[in-house]
Structures are given as structure tokens and as C-alpha cells.
Ligand binder design. Structure first.
Ligand code: NI
Length: 259
């Protein structure tokens, strides 16, 4: 059994066939999902989906791309919901910064400020963090350590597979492995995967984004975690069932959810 620990089921691209998407996953033994926060305007839809299905949970948080919409009290209104199990996705993303130097620095500062506020929120409500890091490994690492995020721990999206992020293992962090691991140009992640302690591995899609090979370019969905699990098992040279069991235990330990 696989849990997709990161899929944006509240995204508009699932509007017309969400039930079929979820059923396709369930039929393939992908039995649970976590919907991370991103744009707060999509949070009510995440709550609605989580209330409808036992094994679907959500997180409250604001993605760095949506930082203008950050509203702490709005997140606090939803964090005590029984299906809310994490804070995020929050973090730093330097991939799309403004070109002009002063604007670039202002954007980074604004991202850092709401990242720190969300780490504080997670600590106050004792929820693990879902952390998005893109081309910002060093700054993210520093902030997570400075803010003592180890009190709650969390999961990192492994976009860049930067080796320095392995340090966060010692701070209670897990590593979400997604479709990127199946890409032909994913050499760095393939190299780093065996260095991650197996009791820190999670599986995710980031659907509707980052669709695994051979479906790149199509919409991603939780069913495709099966391709991620298969590829991880190959790289780690363990059988897929063993891998799935390890990852399931990790998922339950981090999110304390009833999957
Ligand atoms: Ni995401």
C-alpha cells in the first residue's frame, strides 16, 4: 500500500474527474493522500475533499509563489480541523525571482519571513512541516535549524537533491521522493537516494505536476506513485513490497495519521 504524501487534488485540473482519479489510485493500492496547502483560496476545496474520504488529509500553508496571499489567522482557523495533519507546503523558491537586484532581495526577504511564520505555526500546533525548497537549499537549511524546526520535523520535496539537505535527517526531516526520480536526467537524485536513511523515505507525486516517465507532459495523479515506488525499489535494490512497507511505516510515524 502506498500513500501519496503530496498531491494537489484541489487543483483546477482535477475539477472534472476527481472521483475517477481517486478511484484509480485506490484500485492500484494507493490508499491514502495528503493535500498540501499552496494558494489559500484553494484551501476550502481541500477541506471539502478531506471530509469526504477517510484516508485523505490536508495541510494548511502558503507556497512561496503565493506569498502575497499569506494570512496567518486564516490558516489558524483551519489548523484545528481533525483532518489537518501538517503545515505547508511552505519554504523558499529562488527559481523565479525578479531580475532587478533590489527587487530580488525584497522577494527573498518576504519569502523568508512567511517561511519563519509557518515554522512557528507548526511548532505552536505541533504539526510536522511540508517544505518546498527550490534553488534555495542553503538558506532553507539555515532557517529550519535557526527556527528549531526539529521540534516538529517534516518532509522535504527533493527537487534539487542537494547533498546539503541530507543534514536535515538529524533534525527530524523526511525526504519526499516523486516522479523526478524516473526522469532520464535525474542523475543527482538517483545518486543521492541510497544515501537517505530508508526510515526517512516518503513517496509523493506533487500531482498535477512532475509526472513520471513515461507520462511526462501529461497531468500527474496519485496512481503514478506506483511508478515512483517501482523505480525507487530498483535503485535501492530491494523488492517493491518491502519498500512500500518501509515507506508506509515512515508516513504513519511522521504524520500520525490513521492510514
Ligand atoms: Ni506541491
Amino acid at each position: 500500500m502506498i500513500i501519496d504524501t503530496h498531491c494537489h487534488l484541489n487543483d483546477k485540473r482535477f475539477e472534472n474527474d476527481l472521483e475517477a482519479v481517486i478511484q484509480r489510485a485506490f484500485d492500484a493500492d494507493v490508499k491514502g493522500m495528503i493535500i498540501p496547502g499552496a494558494d489559500p483560496s484553494e484551501l476550502p476545496r481541500a477541506v471539502e475533499i478531506a471530509e469526504k474520504y477517510d484516508n485523505i488529509y490536508f495541510a494548511v500553508g502558503v507556497h512561496p509563489y503565493d506569498k502575497e496571499a499569506f494570512d496567518l489567522s486564516y490558516l489558524e482557523e483551519h489548523i484545528t480541523h481533525p483532518k489537518c495533519i501538517a503545515v505547508g507546503e511552505c519554504g523558499l523558491d529562488y527559481f523565479r525571482l525578479p531580475k532587478e537586484e533590489a527587487q530580488k532581495e525584497a522577494d527573498k526577504a518576504a519569502q523568508k519571513e512567511i517561511f519563519r511564520k509557518q515554522i512557528d505555526l507548526a511548532k505552536r500546533y505541533k504539526k510536522p512541516l511540508i517544505v518546498h525548497i527550490r534553488e534555495a537549499s542553503k538558506d532553507s537549511l539555515d532557517i529550519l535549524i535557526e527556527e528549531n524546526a526539529r521540534e516538529v520535523g517534516g518532509v522535504l520535496h527533493c527537487y534539487n537533491a542537494s547533498p546539503i539537505l541530507l543534514e536535515l535527517d538529524a533534525h527530524g526531516f523526511y525526504y519526499g521522493i516523486g516522479g523526478v526520480v524516473t526522469f532520464k536526467n535525474a542523475k543527482k537524485l538517483v545518486e543521492i537516494l541510497p544515501q537517505i536513511p530508508q526510515n526517512k523515505l516518503l513517496i509523493e507525486t506533487d500531482a498535477p505536476y512532475l509526472t513520471p516517465h513515461p507520462h511526462r507532459g501529461e497531468r500527474n495523479e496519485p496512481f503514478y506513485t506506483t511508478l515512483v515506488a517501482q523505480k525507487m525499489a530498483e535503485i535501492l535494490q530491494i523488492d517493491r513490497k518491502t519498500l512500500e512497507n518501509i515507506v508506509l511505516e515512515n508516513t504513519r510515524r511522521l504524520f500520525k495519521a490513521f492510514f
